[in-house]
Structure formats: structure tokens, C-alpha cells
Design a protein around this ligand. Structure first.
Ligand SMILES: [Zn+2]
Length: 387
């Protein structure tokens, strides 16, 4: 049964809740009310749900635009762009954050509010402040990432939403063409518990009811992302929920992170929307590119994450991951392996060459000295080897 979200939401609510940075909800029981307190009310209330995505555009005109998200990344069709600058993050370590962080079930997603001290300091031509992160997921049978790689879904996807520092906050930036930068990480399933994600997932039961929130201790948010931030896809798109503003510069990391099957099940089965219905399958289907290009910061796009795209399959995912102690992939060791392989290859080739030259010389000498008895000698050697 698809989701049937029936929440009264207006445009400002979405800006605040799906992209809230303007709304640092710590005690609200209703994000809508909270937004209403700081923003002017009056925008028309609209319903939307993931079960009727095709109708979003009737109430939200941007949803039928030509730069919508998510998309399918066709790895054969991406363009390598060596000029794409690496993403550098600052302030992501909130381990000593005294206030804690607000985790919130808004009926559409699980959302963690982030202070604007978290920043993308390079990777774009300006600084972006973080506002929140949230998740998209499916069920045990239906993988729920929003973006797909070569038309394959991952079990889940995390988005860290940032807004351009030239704007006052997320609410203002969300409708500006250069307003938002979202970092997307694909989440697969592995054998090991992910201790970093557990800092969020351990509090799931506290926010199982829609519109409920809780405080969790600060932690290093960087550890929720893949180790290697150098390999990513980049394209321009939109919010993946109404009002679908086409204001997002997307960065999708090639390397993935993983949760244990138990952790993924907790994400898929704990939260509720509308009091009783399970909150899952909260992903929008991939949208058409309409001529947009997808850039890649790396050349080998044949194996996302250094692996085939993660399917909702433990054995497959288990083969994928190279876990560090944090449960985050440690794929940066791969280039060293490549270098070793090349070195051994060269060593082997040189050794083979020397042996071949040596053997040829020996044979030449041998045949010239004992030309007449060559056949006999050769025959005897063969007999010896057979024994
Ligand atoms: Zn999202």
C-alpha cells in the first residue's frame, strides 16, 4: 500500500520542514504552526503524498518543470569534468555540541536539524550553510533511494540540505536559482552495524508518531557521509518534494555508506504517519533529464562506490563494503592496491624478459657447442622432468 500522506502543508511549510534551517524546531508539535509563527500565513494549503506523485504538478506548478529531481544517473552518459572542485566541509563535528540536535518525524521523513555552523567551504563559488538532513527509504522488498544509478535503486538515501550564504536562511534561499546545495549519499546494507548512523537510529522509537521530535546528543555528522568525497556526480535539479523548486545543485557521492539489515529494518518499520500508517516508500520516482548534463568528478564511472550499484541484497552489499570501524566505507585504500598491482606486474614482466633472454642465450650456446647431440640431450631432459 502506497503512502497516503494527508498533511496540511503550504509552501512555506515545505521550506521549513523539508528544507528547514529557518525552523529550528526544538519543541514544536506542529511544524506548520511553527512556520506560521515566523512566516506569513496565507499560502494555500495543499495535500500531497507519494502515492499520487503525478498529480503534484496540479497544485505545485514547479513540479512539472524541466529540471526536476531525482534523476537516474546513466553512468555511460555522464561527462567527466576534471575542473569540478572537491567538496570541503567545515564544522561538521558536533561531538561537543552542548545543545544536542533535534530529530523530527514530519510525516514525510526523518529529519535532523543542523546548526548553520556546518558549512561547505569549498566545492562551489560561495559558502553554503547546512540546515538539515533527512532520509528517503523503502521497505524490505522495495529499495527506496530517490536517485538511481543505471536505473538501480539503493535501499535508502540521505540528503544534507545546505543554503547559499548570500541569503538570510533556507526559507529565502529555497526559491532562488542558486539557493541550495544538497549532498546526497546512497545507503546500502552490509554485515556490520553502523555506529555513526546508530546515533540517529537509536532514537527512532522516540519519534515514531508523526509530528513528534526528540533531542539526540551531538556527533560528528561528517561520519554519516562516505569517506571519499572526491568522487561524485553533479547536476542541477530541484527539491524532490512539493513545491519542487528548481533551485538545487545536487552532489551525489559515488561511494556509499551502509547499515546493517537490522538498522535498515528499523528505519523502514518504526516511523508512522497519520497515526497508524507506516512511514516508508517516501521517494519520488526519477524525473526526465530534459537535456541536462550530469557531470562526474572522476573517470571510472563503471562501478559506483567501487562496486556495482547496491541492490536491496545483503550479500551483494556485503561484497561492496570495505568497513572502517565507523561502518563508513573506506575506499580510499583502493588506489594503493592498484599501485601495488601495477608494480608487481612490471616486476613480473621484467623477470620474465630476463629469463627469456637468459634462456635464449643458453639455448644458442648449447646448440652451437653440441649441435650434433642436441636431440638426445633434449629428450633426456624431458624424461627427467616427467619423473
Ligand atoms: Zn530529500
Amino acid at each position: 500500500m502506497l503512502m497516503k500522506l494527508r498533511i496540511h502543508i503550504h509552501v512555506l511549510f515545505f521550506v521549513g520542514v523539508l528544507l528547514p534551517g529557518a525552523s529550528s524546531s526544538s519543541s514544536s508539535s506542529s511544524s506548520e504552526e511553527e512556520q506560521g509563527g515566523s512566516q506569513s500565513k496565507g499560502a494555500s494549503h495543499e495535500h500531497w503524498g507519494y502515492e499520487d506523485q503525478e498529480s503534484w504538478s496540479s497544485a505545485f506548478k514547479h513540479c512539472s518543470g524541466t529540471s526536476q529531481s531525482p534523476i537516474d544517473v546513466d553512468t555511460n552518459g555522464v561527462t567527466f569534468d576534471p575542473s569540478l572542485p572537491a567538496i570541503t566541509l567545515d564544522g561538521y563535528d558536533l561531538t561537543s555540541e552542548p545543545a544536542g540536535l533535534t530529530l523530527f518525524n514530519n510525516g514525510h521523513t526523518l529529519k535532523l536539524q543542523l546548526p548553520d555552523s556546518l558549512q561547505i567551504v569549498s566545492g562551489f563559488n560561495t559558502t553554503f550553510h547546512a540546515a538539515q538532513l533527512h532520509f528517503h527509504w523503502g521497505t524490505v522488498a522495495v529499495p527506496g533511494s530517490e536517485h538511481t544509478i543505471d536505473q538501480v535503486h539503493f535501499p535508502a538515501e540521505m540528503h544534507i540540505v545546505h543554503y547559499n550564504s548570500k541569503y538570510e536562511g533556507l526559507a529565502e534561499a529555497a526559491s532562488q536559482p542558486d539557493g541550495l546545495a544538497v549532498l546526497g549519499a546512497f545507503i546500502g546494507i552490509g554485515l556490520h552495524e553502523n555506529k555513526e548512523y546508530e546515533k540517529i537510529l537509536a532514537a527512532l522509537t522516540d519519534v515514531s508518531i508523526e509530528e513528534s521530535n526528540t533531542e539526540i546528543p551531538g556527533f560528528n555528522v561528517r561520519h554519516l557521509l562516505p569517506n571519499d568525497l572526491r568522487r561524485f556526480y553533479r547536476y542541477t535539479g530541484s527539491l524532490t518534494t512539493p513545491p519542487c523548486f528548481q533551485t538545487v545543485t545536487w552532489t551525489l557521492f559515488n561511494d556509499t555508506v551502509s547499515l546493517s539489515r537490522r538498522q535498515m529494518a528499523a528505519l523502514e518499520e518504526t516511523l508512522k504517519a497519520d497515526q497508524s500508517r507506516q512511514l516508508n516508500k517516501n521517494f519520488r520516482v526519477p524525473q526526465l533529464l530534459h537535456g541536462r548534463s550530469v557531470l562526474a568528478s572522476f573517470t571510472d564511472t563503471s562501478s559506483p562506490g567501487g562496486v556495482s550499484p547496491a541492490r536491496h541484497d545483503e550479500s551483494k552489499a556485503a561484497g561492496i563494503d570495505v568497513h572502517s570501524s565507523t561502518g563508513v566505507h573506506a575506499t580510499e585504500s583502493l588506489p594503493k592496491g592498484d599501485i601495488l598491482a601495477v608494480a608487481f606486474g612490471i616486476l613480473f614482466a621484467v623477470t620474465l624478459l630476463i629469463l627469456t633472454v637468459f634462456w635464449c642465450r643458453q639455448r644458442k650456446t648449447h646448440s652451437s657447442v653440441r649441435k650434433e647431440s642436441w636431440q638426445d640431450v633434449s629428450y633426456k631432459q624431458t624424461k627427467t622432468q616427467d619423473v
